[in-house]
Design a protein. Structure first.
Length: 246
């Protein structure tokens, strides 16, 4: 991973920040995308650049604006000289129950979870082929068993799995494309639905009887980008076995 250049979307906090720290510790240089988490992005940049000077840059952008996406790739190449790894981590996540779904919900959830990864991959394809790089998409353990009340989100993440496999075909043999499907790792912030009763029920359904850590996802991403040269088109579940027990 020494001097490999990584562009990660939604990398300023939570799982995205854990991925940044894991790859940076292995020697990677990072372009960290964020939309509105300016304070968190600057703090992460300062933290990591203190460890290794000029190794991390940040870039702001709304992934729902397709015109912005090629510039994320170009700015990364302009700054670091190349692009080796694209990690599509950014995601909108909220309930959309039948009868209350709006076109705005559709555009937001499909846009961040499926449309942006597709067009970012397309914009990055030339650079990734040059570097024989790879893409990792962050999907969800509910891709095969959709979570009740989350229709649009579930559809988007399932589409991201098919996109992963399609891109593995389209970009081979130069570029590998894989996905990580997290299970219960970090609960959404300030959402009363995820109270203690809900959390204990989730834990009881998880074979390892605990929730994971953001670092579990980060280590899976690191494996796919650094230690899996003969793996492509694969979805790696990191869910403590919960998907087997639903």
């Amino acid at each position: 991973m020494n001097n490999k250049v990584v562009l990660i979307t939604g990398g300023a906090k939570r799982v995205g920040a854990a991925i940044c720290r894991e790859l940076h510790a292995c020697g990677a240089q990072l372009m960290v995308h964020y939309r509105s988490s300016t304070i968190e992005a600057r703090a992460l940049q300062a933290e990591l650049n203190l460890q290794r000077a000029n190794s991390v840059a940040i870039i702001q952008g709304d992934l729902l604006n397709l015109a912005v996406l090629p510039s994320l790739i170009q700015e990364t190449v302009n700054h670091f000289g190349k692009l080796d790894i694209l990690i599509n981590n950014a995601s909108s996540y909220y309930a959309t129950e039948i009868g209350a779904i709006t076109e705005e919900n559709w555009q937001d959830l499909m846009g961040s979870n499926l449309k942006a990864p597709m067009f970012l991959a397309q914009a990055a394809a030339v650079e990734l082929r040059k570097s024989h790089g790879c893409i990792v998409n962050i999907t969800d353990m509910h891709i095969e068993r959709p979570k009740k009340g989350y229709v649009v989100y579930s559809v988007a993440k399932a589409g991201l799995v098919t996109l992963t496999k399609s891109l593995a075909h389209e970009l081979s043999p130069e570029v590998r494309v894989n996905a990580v499907a997290p299970g219960p790792v970090q609960w959404p912030e300030n959402n009363p639905q995820f109270d203690e009763v809900y959390r204990q029920r989730v834990i009881s359904q998880t074979l390892l009887k605990r929730v994971g850590e953001a670092t579990d996802i980060a280590k899976a991403v690191k494996f796919l980008v650094a230690d899996a040269p003969f793996i492509t088109g694969h979805v790696l579940a990191v869910d403590g076995g919960r998907s087997l027990n639903l």
